[in-house]
Design a protein around this ligand. Sequence first.
Ligand code: MLT
Length: 309
Amino acid sequence: MKIVLAEKVSPATLAVFQQEPGWVVVTHDQIKNGLAAELADADALVVRSAVQVDDALLESAPKVRVIGRAGVGVDNIDADAATRRGMVVMNTPGANAVAVAELTIGLMLALGRQLPKANIGMHAGKWEKKSLNGSELRGKTLGILGLGRVGLEVAKRARVFGMELIGHDPYVSAAVAREAAIKLVSVEDLFKEADYLTLHVGLTPQTAGIINEASIATMKKGVRIVNCARGELIIDEALLEALKSDKVAGAALDVFREEPPKDSPFTSFENVILTPHIAGSTAEAQEAVGIQIAMQVREYLKHGVVQNA
Ligand code: MLT
């Protein structure tokens, strides 16, 4: 078997394949003549989020049977093209959920307490105590759009802060929501009732642009929005207008339509926190997604078993 690891992975990830007798592993730094050439005789491809696995690349991979994505979102992989070619696409939906949930909570706290402003002021030798009066998470309503692994991890942590939890997810059962103390509501009510709104859905035709002028218009004045999912969920112009009019009191964006974003107009807002798509970037999560996807790909190559853990 030949496995191409097109992006940097941990030594433990590599070891999952190396312990298989006769298997050849090509790491990203060993790819000298381009990924397409390397894939000509490969059986499996493993990527993170940077490599775009499009139809043209798949055309050069006639033997590849499985594509593993170390992470949740598979939007950098043309899954339809892969399926047409009989290739299985796998991801690791649970392995970085805690990392994403922890950043989400951190961003909510940072928004409520204006931590970036406080930090910038102190670094500049200012003592801006008066303008840094914050607001607590306790008692606020957190609207969670998407109650998959990440959404549920966020809920678990937000509950400890004394937040009221409401959520929307057409695929989640009432029992799961009840167990997590989340009141299931319609998407309209989610937008209407949330003091904090956090997005944890994948990018699909149904979710693209879900935060737009019309949906923002139905939200509470002073809502704060956190997006650690995908940039395309938000119509940027609508959010910018809402920030200008103070309809939205703050936003924390970890993901963008274009990454890295060029000349982002959001940088001029003191109440917008921007981070470079780091929600899943913890040592623990990167190790977990790498090992998990390696085990899933190995399992498929050896036994034809498909797992998405
Ligand atoms: C994911 O899809 O797993 C997260 O956005 C993190 C990442 O892409 O690395």
